[in-house]
Design a protein around this ligand. Structure first.
Ligand code: KIV
Ligand code: ZN
Length: 508
């Protein structure tokens, strides 16, 4: 076979394999939030968790299974009756029944023989089927298992009713070539059943291997949002979906325009940030600084954008820095309503480059301030902080109250949050909401000196409608650094020189 199957199913395992990312642990409520988002995205199966592992996991699987989602809700189980009983108690529609098959796993982990494993597969699949479950039978470490034994194992499971089979590339040792051969041979042996690819990314080939497997005969793919998962992670759902669509012309039932939103939600709730240069959903994936690039992008986006940002729900960003050209800076300033003369633009570009040469990251708030200085415009900002109080403690939710001047009127608001920074930002957003809804897209914090009195640098990325702005706050106090950054970014988004009607000064 040398073509993609007509229908490719997506089995999302963010909430199971993804949650096995070291340090990640999700509450049932947060798992439900992610599950709803995955359902909207259009995945076919949501592996909600491993219910037998804890009370919280049971609760999560049950919550998700009873949410009335369109996607099939699946529970991870071992070849153990107790696990299957728990999955049933949680109302899961299906089980992902996993049994190791490689000699190394049988000898050192399971301490069982191949015969034992075949019996286990037969008995546990039979038990799950007898109880009305859909069964996806996985062979763990299948790609390091003797191929004839893999066939024997799956044949045994299918003989008692397994609905789908999945040979796991547990330690990511496949290559695209090996995947192609492996799945072609497996498809020859099992003509009509759904075959899944489950590829790990230990060598950075998880997505390529998944795609090769689909071309060779797999018709379902396991994936996680942001490529989360054990060790180096699993194949990233967003990368598979967009590569299939744009490179191979294969449509999936995935609403790609929700990918960025889903990725951000998963990053926020798992606490695992997306690396900036990550394909599809990384902060830099649609951000341009270099002059030659921004000039070309502004005249024809496809010169440097193989994927249009709208396809994945992102807004393109042109940022200022030492590589910037005047076209990019002009375009950013025009979005703020600033129209410098040719001379002024040259001066702004030069000052931005100087800042870059000094190693400074130039945010949109910096760019606006530089342009104002060069153009002789007074810095009149719509938001001015008057007072901020934050109360936080050991067991309580943090509370913040804020008083600020908004377009010269005093506004006071209070809000709660999971911590003092969250509460303070929520209070400011609530106060500003009377005029504009402004969303916090990204929040980064780093300590730039050591010790408990370290200087803290906070960089935020905000969005208002289709405009975005970055801003920075640097203080010893993390709450104040955060609020400084947020208010400064909000001020960029709310200062519209087109509306203010200020005229640029004649001379720089
Ligand atoms: O990678 C793997 O082998 C797995 C199984 C436990 C399903 O995630
Ligand atoms: Zn896995």
């Amino acid at each position: 076979m040398n073509a993609f199957p007509e229908k490719i199913r997506i089995f999302d395992t963010t909430l199971r394999d993804g949650e096995q990312t070291p340090g990640v642990s999700l509450t049932p409520e947060n798992k439900l939030r992610i599950a709803k988002s995955l359902d909207k995205l259009g995945v076919d199966v949501i592996e909600a968790g491993f219910a037998a592992v804890s009370k919280g996991e049971m609760e999560a699987v049950k919550l998700i299974a009873n949410e009335g989602l369109k996607a099939e809700v699946c529970c991870f189980v071992r070849g153990v009756k107790k696990d299957i009983d728990i999955a049933l108690k949680c109302d899961a529609q299906s089980v992902h029944l996993v049994i190791p098959t490689s000699d190394i796993h049988l000898q050192y982990k399971l301490k069982k023989t191949r015969e034992d494993v075949l019996k286990l597969a037969e008995e546990s699949v039979q038990y799950a089927k007898d109880h009305g479950l859909i069964v996806e039978l996985s062979a763990e470490d299948a790609t390091r298992t003797e191929f004839n034994f893999i066939k024997e194992f799956f044949a045994k499971g299918i003989s008692v009713g397994a609905d789908r089979i999945c040979p796991c590339d547990t330690v990511g040792v496949l290559t695209p070539e090996k995947s192609y051969k492996f799945f072609s041979d497996l498809r020859k042996a099992f003509k009509d059943i759904i075959i899944s690819a489950h590829c790990h990314d230990d060598f950075g080939m998880g997505v390529a291997n998944s795609i090769a497997s689909l071309r060779a005969g797999a018709n379902q793919v396991h994936a996680t949002i942001n490529g989360l998962g054990e060790r180096a992670g699993n194949a990233a759902l967003e990368e598979i979906a967009v590569a299939l669509k744009l490179i191979y012309g294969v449509e999936l039932p995935i609403k790609t325009e929700l990918l960025y939103h889903t990725s951000t939600l998963v990053a926020r709730l798992t606490g695992v940030p997306v690396q900036p240069n990550k394909a599809i959903v990384g902060e830099n994936a649609f951000t341009h600084e270099a002059g030659i690039h921004t000039h070309a992008i502004l005249s024809h986006p496809s010169t440097y954008e193989p994927i249009s940002p709208e396809l994945v729900g992102v807004t393109r960003r042109i940022v200022a820095g030492k590589h910037s050209g005047s076209h990019g800076i002009k375009s950013s300033l025009e979005k703020m309503g600033l129209h410098p003369t040719g001379e002024q633009l040259k001066e702004v570009s030069m000052r931005v480059k100087n800042l870059g040469d000094k190693g400074k990251k130039v945010t949109d708030a910096d760019l606006m301030a530089v342009a104002e200085a060069v153009m002789g415009l007074p810095q009149a900002r719509p938001i001015k902080l008057e007072e901020l109080t934050v109360v936080t403690g050991d067991r309580v939710t943090s509370t913040a109250s804020v008083r600020l001047k908004l377009n010269n009127k005093v506004v006071s608001e209070a809000a709660t949050g999971v911590g003092p920074v969250d509460a303070a930002i929520n209070a400011v957003r609530k106060a500003v909401l009377v005029v504009e809804p402004i969303h916090l897209v990204q929040y980064h914090v780093k300590a730039i000196t050591g010790g408990t009195d370290a200087m803290v640098e906070v960089i935020v990325h905000l969005r208002k409608g289709d405009r975005t702005a970055t801003a920075m706050g640097v203080r010893e106090d993390i709450v104040m650094a955060s609020i400084e950054a947020v208010i400064s970014g909000m001020n960029v988004l709310m200062t519209d020189y087109n509306k203010r009607g200020d005229k640029p000064a004649e001379k720089s």
